[in-house]
Design a protein around this ligand. Structure first.
Ligand SMILES: *Cc1c(COP(=O)(O)O)cnc(C)c1O
Length: 414
């Protein structure tokens, strides 16, 4: 047996961003010009035309009638949420503060839903007052919402977030199956539904979210099919017909060498099949998928500046003014088991030969502050721009920005 030599896996080309005269373009603006306009590095820049393109392409691929929601915790920048609100059918929020941003964006409260374990009493009251859909995740929430209904007389719109009895296979982050703090175990849902009826809450449907960052369409197809079947079973116990069925999402984007962009053809076909079956078995139900990262992740970059270039025992370090405190996930410390490099470029040396093996680090006094480990990049000097791609989701607000008290980042939508 001969073994074919395995090629080193590489990053999928980041061809959503163009470059011109050696400079990366963001929203058509050359990077240096943009940085000057912003007045500082580090910054995150999100390209609005890429946000629009992604949402429109997804809608074109999905069957008509499938509702698309934006899970705004992926990127809650108000300008981004406002832009997304025009492109999707609804917004999913995870806190009362996100709710305010969603309402400010002009999203219809009827199309806003609220999920998250540990919703506080004041948050529940705010949600009821806003008239949004609350995804219930515990018996306590039912009791508190019953009391809020009694006290205010306002309708309380609810769906049940179900912790399914299966897991999303090969998901980056599992959020359903087994014991979980999210949702209510499928086997407890019939009792919860009875309680919802007793409290006079307006039951609208089910929410199932099995996990995040999945790049295997067959796993997503299977999770959505199983979610639908579970919802059909649970609907037998519901106090009223299901009008809203949120099948989650979990669509991933390629971050690491060897990963490919998700092909959503089979997912769209499967949703069409579910839709046909739902028309017969759950005729009042609107089917929703909710996505965060897939909608916004590829449209954003993180940009920092090289401050120093050092050689230590033969290894070259580019020390930048940005790092882990702004971009925890690129440093590998946000859920990764084995650290791998995000795609990175030198934004003012596009097209130059990548023949310099370097590590890109930040200014923090910790070895965890690593943006790229032993990567081949064009030869960079102080003043050059390090760009981290795939940074539109879980960046600025998912990072410990106070850690070491360095200057804060800026976010722009271009
Ligand atoms: C975080 C979250 C999402 C978004 O996940 P992505 O991987 O960003 O698409 C969707 N739904 C719920 C309930 C979530 O908690």
């Amino acid at each position: 047996m001969t073994q074919t030599p395995r090629e080193k896996p590489i990053h999928v080309p980041m061809d959503q961003f163009r470059s011109e005269a050696g400079e990366l373009l963001v929203g058509g603006i050359p990077l240096e010009r943009l940085a000057t306009r912003i007045g500082q590095t580090p910054f995150y820049a999100y390209d609005r035309s890429l946000l629009t393109q992604r949402a429109n392409a997804l809608r074109a691929a999905l069957p008509d009638g499938i509702k698309l929601h934006y899970a705004m915790k992926a990127n809650p920048m108000p300008a981004v949420v406002q832009h997304m609100a025009k492109l999707v059918d609804g917004i999913d929020v995870a806190s009362a503060r996100e709710l305010q941003v969603a309402l400010d964006s002009g999203a219809d409260p009827r199309e806003i839903s609220f999920a998250g374990p540990g919703k506080r009493h004041d948050e529940l009251r705010q949600a009821v007052a806003a008239g949004i859909l609350i995804n219930i995740e515990s018996f306590r929430e039912v009791a508190e919402l019953g009391a809020i209904r009694q006290a205010t007389g306002w309708p309380v719109r609810v769906a049940v977030r179900v912790n399914p009895d299966f897991e999303l296979k090969s998901s980056g982050m599992k959020m359903g199956g087994g014991p979980k703090q999210f949702g209510v175990d499928a086997e407890q849902v019939p009792d919860l539904l009875a309680e919802i009826g007793k409290q006079g809450l307006a039951f609208e449907g089910f929410h199932l979210f099995a996990g995040s960052q999945n790049l295997r369409p067959e796993a997503i197809v299977e999770a959505q099919r199983k979610s639908f079947e579970l919802a059909l079973k649970l609907a037998e116990h519901a106090p009223s017909p299901v009008r809203f069925l949120n099948l989650g999402g979990g669509f991933g984007i390629p971050y690491f060498p060897g990963e490919q962009r998700l092909d959503i053809t089979s997912i769209a076909d499967n949703l069409a099949a579910i839709q046909r079956e739902a028309a017969a078995k759950m005729p009042d139900a609107e089917i929703v998928i909710e996505l965060g990262r897939y909608l916004v992740g590829e449209a954003g970059i993180y940009v920092c500046k090289v401050v120093d270039r050092k050689v230590s025992r033969g290894h070259t370090y580019l020390v930048t003014d940005g790092g882990l405190h702004h971009h925890l996930s690129a440093s590998g410390n946000f859920g990764q088991v084995i650290r791998k490099n995000y795609p990175v470029c030198i934004g003012n040396r596009m097209g130059q030969p990548a023949d310099d093996a370097v590590s890109v680090v930040g200014p923090l006094c910790t070895p965890l502050d690593l943006l790229a480990d032993r990567m081949e990049l064009p030869h960079a000097q102080p003043g050059d721009y390090v760009v981290v791609y795939q940074s539109g989701a879980y960046g600025a607000t998912a990072s410990p920005r106070g850690f070491l008290s360095h200057p804060d980042l800026v976010e722009v939508l271009v």
